[in-house]
Design a protein around this ligand. Structure first.
Ligand code: ZN
Length: 248
């Protein structure tokens, strides 16, 4: 079986002297692990299109128990990203996140577009990396079926109060009155700006996802919320996230 698709290289590992094993977020098949024969050889045409953070046209064939990259050519290398430690660390976190949250053996158009858009924004340096990060984390969670319920206070139905609370383990919001009656330990306070930012990320159309602003302090808190939430729903930690946080 031969498949033509587009994909972003999320991870590469060396296999023996010559070969590589790559993890790819493909449009048609979600997350795929595939061998690249002689992929370590610099003169091999598959070498650079199968390197980390490369978005490539990829032709795959399936053997009995694995995929093999038959041919590959570069669509986009996000080259300038590689000169910026902070942004490249964040891009690698997006890759690790994608490996664990994107589907396998099914289409992943929305997930791939989301991460590619995020990488373009990091490359262009037009958006604060922290804003891009929060969008990727929460939106990927939504696409994986973990959309938090942000429409109104879970208890009384209030749409918005000056202070609301996000409850991590339930993925819900409650108003300050209801929170006072029944406080939840795993929660964080939200001012109206943060409530609106969370709703924007969850409900906006793809084209407008990254089009909002928040103060630096607001962005810090938003990131605390989105990274805590995604680590909780996936029940795991991400070494690349820790690395990103140590160098920013
Ligand atoms: Zn309430």
């Amino acid at each position: 079986m031969k498949i033509q698709t587009d994909g972003l290289i999320l991870k590469q590992q060396n296999i023996g002297e010559q070969d590589k094993l790559v993890t790819i977020l493909t449009r048609d098949l979600g997350v795929v692990r595939a061998f690249v024969r002689s992929g370590k050889n610099l003169r091999n045409s598959k070498n650079s299109p199968t390197s980390l953070l490369c978005y490539s046209k990829i032709s795959l064939y399936k053997t009995k128990d694995s995929f093999v990259v038959d041919d590959a050519s570069v669509n986009e290398m996000f080259f300038s990203l590689r000169f910026d430690m902070e942004r490249v660390a964040l891009a690698q976190y997006f890759c690790e996140l994608a490996m664990h949250i994107c589907p396998s053996e099914q289409r992943a158009d929305a997930q791939l577009s989301l991460i590619l858009n995020a990488l373009f924004l990091l490359t262009e340096k037009k958006k604060d990396p922290q804003l891009v990060k929060a969008c990727v984390e929460l939106r990927l969670a939504c696409l994986a079926g973990f959309m938090p319920d942000l429409i109104m206070c879970r208890e009384c139905g209030a749409y918005e109060t000056e202070q609301m609370y996000f409850v991590f383990d339930k993925g819900t919001i409650v108003c300050s009155d209801c929170f006072a009656k029944k406080p939840s330990p795993s929660s964080v306070g939200l001012d109206t700006g943060l409530t609106q930012a969370l709703r924007h990320i969850v409900f906006s159309e793809d084209k407008k996802l990254f089009a909002f602003n928040l103060s630096d302090k607001g962005l810090e808190k938003l990131n605390y919320i989105t990274e805590t939430y995604i680590c909780r729903v996936l029940e795991r930690d991400f070494p690349t996230l820790h690395f990103y946080k140590t160098i920013r």
